[in-house]
Design a protein around this ligand. Sequence first.
Ligand SMILES: NC(=O)C1=CN([C@@H]2O[C@H](COP(=O)(O)OP(=O)(O)OC[C@H]3O[C@@H](n4cnc5c(N)ncnc54)[C@H](O)[C@@H]3O)[C@@H](O)[C@H]2O)C=CC1
Ligand SMILES: O=C([O-])C1=[NH+]CCC1
Length: 294
Amino acid sequence: MPGYLDNGSFGALGCKLVTVAPNNANLEQPLPTINAHIMLFDDATGVLKAVISGTEITQWRTAAASAVATKHLKPSRKFEILAILGAGAQGRIHAIAFQHFFKQVRIWNRNRPRAERLVSELNQSSDSQEFKSFGCNRECVEGADVIVTATFAKEAIVQLEWLKEGAHVNGESRAIKVQDGVRVICAEKFKTAFTSRGYNSESFPVGAGLTHHSELSESIYLRGEVYVDHRTGAEVELAGLKELGVEFKGEIGSLIAGDLSPPPSNRITVFQSLGMAVEDCAMARLVYDLYKTA
Ligand SMILES: NC(=O)C1=CN([C@@H]2O[C@H](COP(=O)(O)OP(=O)(O)OC[C@H]3O[C@@H](n4cnc5c(N)ncnc54)[C@H](O)[C@@H]3O)[C@@H](O)[C@H]2O)C=CC1
Ligand SMILES: O=C([O-])C1=[NH+]CCC1
């Protein structure tokens, strides 16, 4: 993921290499599913300045982008309940990042003990015991003001009827049908490497979108107001949604800049996150500057 932040006093030129290995959680010594490194270059000379671990940066910057999207899409709403579907790395960091804005944080995972372990860890570091685990995704979502989906589910785990008026959803997974050309090239390229490691074609992390699949039901995208982080990227990576007739209302950056007004507060909103390289570059620059002044 190459990126460039064009800014005189806080410029950043970088490239993140990121891998997704869904089986890592099942290893005897579990590893993160998503691992990354960021190469940070001098934005004026192009000289390599640092290679920075990007695994935690990816977790934090993704949750930060969701928090910013939530704030700008629902500027006037008071939040009480947050529902997080997925108790992996993203679920955990979203819980930590969002907790102070909610009275209750609900966490569901398809394998409930993982949600219970996370809830127990989070409650130990909180005074109010606000984290609760759920065994049923519907119960977790019903009544929530904000929902975060952070799984690898290929079928919808959130239905439109479960959402209350004015709810906001942050969808993290980009496991949505991509354009044929992109998909086929990637799948073929990685086929040998992945089959030799025991994956079947269903589990190719790149090119998995042979059919439309998503954590959110199609009707959520069709009835909600859908915003993205990057429109050009979304036009390609979310081509399956475009084919369904889903309209992308705009980028979160346009809301922040004041070029777009937030939708009426009673509307269901969706932030479909793709993840932007420029977010990683900015974080890498921050880490680098802190390291240099430490
Ligand atoms: N938009 C963005 O910028 C980013 C998005 N992501 C996405 O966030 C999602 C979660 O990533 P991580 O938390 O790092 O992964 P993780 O492996 O740490 O956690 C994934 C969780 O989803 C659950 N899960 C896996 N398959 C499932 C299924 N079929 N149905 C229901 N639950 C399932 C697992 O039990 C686990 O708790 C992934 O879709 C990933 O691609 C991750 C990083 C950045
Ligand atoms: O933006 C990102 O780094 C990623 N998005 C999905 C997997 C990793």
